[in-house]
Write a protein that binds this ligand. Structure first.
Ligand code: DGY
Length: 323
């Protein structure tokens, strides 16, 4: 970049200083140096005059925030999901929206398996018993779980993360099947696994793991009707987005013993969690940690910075989202 004035970028959350240093080479940074979110009004006030905005998945970048960014050229979210951004409003103003695909696939797939194992082997329950001093000693039939070997993993969504989760299934002696829309990775999944309808997947799978983005089509994909299709012995895992599951319906299904348990990393109305889920022993609840490794979060931040630098320098973004 030549000339005295650098493009200015609003960064809505604390990020590693080494990553910010890369951004600072090219841009002036207005950093909200906190781990909590800016209010909508503060975000709108600070985005004015900025060429770039680096945000997180839980910053709501609605039409009004886009409009407040009178100089905006790029909105770079440090996440693969971008349901928090009004991409159409951005596109109508020629603003590029970017996300961070690929680099969080491994971390999120690992975490999904952690939840599958935690809920099927009752690790959370066991840990609570030990911590609470309630453990009376080893017993033959104490906290018996469900074994994975010989069972079916149903993966809903055949994108990168869904396929990475399915790839691990044989290591646990499981077979994987997919339910996916045509063109959403289904062709790639079909080379190694069966692709079935969502109904068939729900009827036949022992573990159902969700890996779809939150869109109008997937909101409450898992609801009373679809939960009632699942085996009573099956477990539901959600590391995708809150809102894909109707949490009230899930609490109802667990109360009615329609399914055996659930492992959840994401919720409707995060950080709030449905009160009937919080009290249940057969649900493993984690606070949106899917991509939360040092390596992956740093790589995500670096990719967001590269996207901003490219766009404000007049070059194409590395990972623009498709409308
Ligand atoms: C994502 O990348 O969409 C995650 O949910 C945020 O870590």
């Amino acid at each position: 970049m030549t000339g005295a004035t650098k493009p200015s970028v609003l960064v809505t959350r604390r990020m590693p200083s080494a990553v910010l240093a890369q951004l600072e080479v090219v841009c002036d940074i207005d950093l909200h140096d906190h781990s909590d979110a800016l209010s909508h009004d503060a975000l709108c006030a600070r985005v004015g005059g900025k060429q770039g905005l680096i945000c997180m998945f839980n910053d709501r970048i609605e039409e009004s925030a886009i409009a407040a960014g009178d100089q905006l050229k790029v909105v770079a979210t440090v996440a693969v999901g971008f349901d928090n951004i009004d991409v159409a409003a951005a596109a109508s103003r020629g603003i590029v929206v970017t996300n961070t695909p690929d680099i969080l696939t491994g971390a999120t797939a690992e975490f999904t398996w952690a939840l599958i194992l935690a809920v099927t082997r009752r690790i959370g329950e066991g840990e609570r018993v030990v911590r609470n001093g309630a453990w009376k000693g080893w017993a033959f039939d104490f906290l018996l779980g469900a074994e994975l070997r010989g069972k079916q993993l149903g993966v809903v969504g055949a994108g990168r993360i869904g396929r990475a989760v399915a790839a691990v299934a044989p290591a646990f002696g499981m077979r994987a099947v997919f339910a996916a829309r045509t063109g959403a990775g289904a062709e790639n999944a079909a080379t190694d696994h069966a692709v079935v309808s969502l109904d068939e997947l729900l009827l036949t799978s022992d573990v159902v793991s969700l890996h779809v983005p939150l869109t109008q089509d997937t909101r409450h994909l898992i609801n009373r009707r679809t939960l009632a299709r699942m085996k009573r012995s099956a477990f539901l895992i959600n590391t995708s987005r809150g809102g894909v599951v109707d949490d009230g319906a899930l609490a109802w299904a667990l109360d009615a013993r329609l399914i055996a348990g659930a492992g959840l990393d994401v919720y409707e109305g995060e950080p709030g969690v449905h009160p009937q889920l919080v009290g249940r022993e057969n649900v493993c609840l984690t606070p949106h940690l899917g991509s939360a490794t040092r390596e992956t979060r740093t790589a995500m931040a670096e990719l967001a910075v590269r996207n901003v630098v490219e766009v404000v320098s007049g070059r194409p973004a590395v990972t623009p989202v498709a409308l």
